[in-house]
Design a protein around this ligand. Sequence first.
Ligand SMILES: NC(=O)c1ccc[n+]([C@@H]2O[C@H](COP(=O)([O-])OP(=O)(O)OC[C@H]3O[C@@H](n4cnc5c(N)ncnc54)[C@H](OP(=O)(O)O)[C@@H]3O)[C@@H](O)[C@H]2O)c1
Length: 240
Amino acid sequence: MEKSPHPPVLITGGARRIGLALAYSLLDKNIPVIVTFRSEYPALKVLQQRGAICLKADFSDNAGIYQFVDNLQSVAPKLRAIIHNASSWLPESPDTPPEETLAAMLQIHTYTPYLLNILLEPNLRGQGEAGADIIHLTDYVVERGSDKHIAYAASKAAQDNMTRSFAKKLAPEVKVNAIAPALVKFNADDSETYKQQALDKSLMKIEPGEQELIDAVHYLLNSRYVTGRTLGVDGGRPLR
Ligand SMILES: NC(=O)c1ccc[n+]([C@@H]2O[C@H](COP(=O)([O-])OP(=O)(O)OC[C@H]3O[C@@H](n4cnc5c(N)ncnc54)[C@H](OP(=O)(O)O)[C@@H]3O)[C@@H](O)[C@H]2O)c1
């Protein structure tokens, strides 16, 4: 890919599934992309061949977040957007002390976006009104709770709330929004019973796939007016 004059979009945890699909969709439009990855995936080679910058980053503690920000500064003094995609869907389990589950969920869904939004504020600002975006990928369970993923839902709810706070703080230069999906894409190990139950939870009763989130992200990036909002991509699940 030719070197672009436009600043890149940063996608956290973008080497697989939804983050990867978002990265490809931006590259398709010649928008430069920086992807963070924790584990190695074959797609990293494809991303690099297509011009993406791939930076290893582990956000499991705050030192990892600061280290990543240091590494980023030399490659991206300005950012067109941050898409907070990195996530872990950890359930409460008798094998893990509950405080460990809560700490891990708060770390990836609350500390990570909070610190990155603050530390990377200078990279986002200075590009004119509505010149940059922050997009939090949260979850439908933010409004409903989840008895099997209590810490996950709470940590995503904190992230959702930060959407409004950062929108106020960074306007009008930076728009800040959240996308709250219900089921988008099953995991490889989901059972048929689980899949059927999950499909039955929405009005639309489909596994929509990544394109719905790609469309939502591009809508937000193209908007000059929408900020501080949570966009539900949930098949009408709240109405069930
Ligand atoms: N899939 C759905 O149906 C669905 C539904 C509702 C909401 N969402 C939201 O949409 C987003 C994307 O979903 P997805 O299913 O594509 O996610 P995913 O497959 O679980 O991928 C998330 C990525 O985040 C990375 N990550 C997790 N913890 C990390 C850490 N401590 N440091 C650095 N990277 C870390 C993972 O790295 P590793 O590969 O190393 O683990 C992984 O590559 C998430 O925010 C999710 O909550 C998805």
